[in-house]
Design a protein around this ligand. Structure first.
Ligand SMILES: Cc1cc2nc3c(=O)[nH]c(=O)nc-3n(C[C@H](O)[C@H](O)[C@H](O)COP(=O)(O)OP(=O)(O)OC[C@H]3O[C@@H](n4cnc5c(N)ncnc54)[C@H](O)[C@@H]3O)c2cc1C
Length: 391
């Protein structure tokens, strides 16, 4: 296993290991495509993939290198639920919207599985259960309510007395048939498949603004590209005619990769109070466990305090042999907890943001919704994610 160069916080993401560096060209000035997609993370690359499949020419425009920003900060659990959300969503947004969101999450999980198969991607995609539990018996009632809410929405949920982790836990919720994967292997394969037949991936090309019109001009630091449609998938929208930034609230969260003595159970685990998560991933030295948790302001300079707390937590819960990786990244949550996905007030300019630390499904949903909007399909998901709901 080769280790990436570490930054001043001693961080390096495991997902960057073992994958070749990318070297897509910078923008060729003067091009015209059907859809320009700004941002080469999971939202941008998946959107481009679905639109290319639908017969459109696409160009992904990435400021740095593809799949090197928030998407390599993830723990890449793919599931219909990040934690306890549905009981709250039913109370705040109503059963109809909660049902549509549950359906969107299920569809996104299935879409990733379908894409892996269709593109024949070797990315450690693996179906397994996701458990949500509390370590103590505190707040078991909330978990019970969540299980009931998920059941009402038709999700594959079971109540279990124990979640079989190497330490004692209270009871919890089990979602069957969820998944995990290696996000960079998945997205690099898609990026390579995108390039060609009138479609492009451009790196080291920073979008500066978008000039509206029937044919839009995306102005970048490498010149301009013209497109009929533009998708802003830059995590934090670089072009924001509707002031959506005011409705995005960002935080940083932390991950450590550890080797432990003994077997780790086949599952993904979320301790919902206070939130800590576990999943394993294959490495050339055996299974590594990713333990995530802790939150801080995005721009905190010295992150050692948060890593120290997370390592302490890991040592208290697992028989840790070594800590191999530390990494962190940011994500943003919207005012109502649903992502913002859809057309801005500018015809033909779309935005995908606010994935609330659950961008594997929410980023894939974004791609599905935006591809449907561009190809003229009306679906259930179109309205609930409409970014203009905040205006
Ligand atoms: C610690 C942690 C754990 C997580 N765990 C999970 C999990 O288990 N499951 C899950 O579903 N989600 C999880 N998430 C959330 C998930 O990783 C994110 O929601 C998702 O990766 C965001 O993808 P993105 O495409 O929006 O962003 P990015 O991957 O950041 O993509 C945006 C791209 O836009 C580029 N860009 C920015 N500005 C410009 C510009 N001006 N011009 C061109 N390009 C530009 C950036 O360089 C970047 O490559 C986790 C997040 C964190 C932080």
């Amino acid at each position: 296993m080769m280790h990436q160069e570490k930054n001043s916080n001693n961080e390096s993401s495991f997902w960057l290991e073992m994958c070749p560096a990318t070297n897509f060209p910078t923008l060729n000035e003067g091009l015209k495509v059907d859809v320009a997609i700004l941002g080469g993370g999971i939202a941008g690359i998946t959107t481009a993939t679905l639109l290319k499949k639908a017969g459109y020419t696409v160009a992904v425009i990435e400021a740095g290198r593809v799949v090197k920003d928030v998407t390599v900060g993830t723990t890449a659990k793919i599931s219909v639920s990040p934690s306890k959300i549905y009981n709250n969503l039913i109370s705040t947004l109503g059963i109809v919207k909660a049902q549509k969101y549950a359906n969107a999450n299920s569809n996104a999980l299935d879409k990733i599985s379908e894409i892996v198969e269709e593109h024949d991607i070797d990315c450690d995609f693996h179906r397994l259960p996701l458990y949500i539990f509390n370590e103590s018996l505190e707040k078991v009632d909330e978990l019970k309510k969540e299980a009931k809410a998920a059941e009402k929405l038709g999700l594959p949920v079971l109540w279990v007395d124990n979640v079989h982790l190497p330490f004692e836990t209270g009871p919890g919720i089990k979602y069957d048939n969820q998944a995990q994967f290696h996000p960079r292997k998945y997205l690099l394969a898609l990026s390579n498949d995108l390039d060609g037949d009138g479609s492009y991936v451009f790196e080291k090309t920073r979008a500066i603004t978008v000039k509206e019109g029937e044919l839009k001009e995306v102005v970048t630091d490498q010149g301009s590209i013209m497109a009929h449609n533009v998708v802003i998938a830059t995590h934090s929208p670089v072009y924001d005619p509707d002031g959506l930034q005011a409705h995005l609230h960002s935080e940083r969260s932390y991950v450590i990769g550890v080797y432990v003595k003994g077997e780790f159970p086949d599952g993904m685990f979320i301790d919902s109070y206070p939130v800590h998560t576990y999943r394993s991933t294959p490495t050339d030295k055996g299974e590594m466990i990713l333990v995530a948790g802790e939150h801080s302001p995005v721009n905190v300079e010295d992150r050692s305090l948060y890593y120290h707390r997370l390592e302490k937590y890991a040592h208290e819960h697992l028989d840790v042999e070594s800590v191999e990786y530390l990494w962190s990244s940011k994500d943003s949550v919207t005012d109502d907890g649903l992502p913002m996905i859809g057309m801005t007030s500018q015809e033909g300019i779309y935005v995908a943001a606010g994935f609330g630390f659950w961008g594997m499904t929410n980023g894939t949903t974004a791609a599905m919704v935006i591809a449907d909007l561009i190809t003229g399909k009306q679906t259930d998901a179109t309205n609930i994610f409409n970014p203009l709901r905040f205006k």
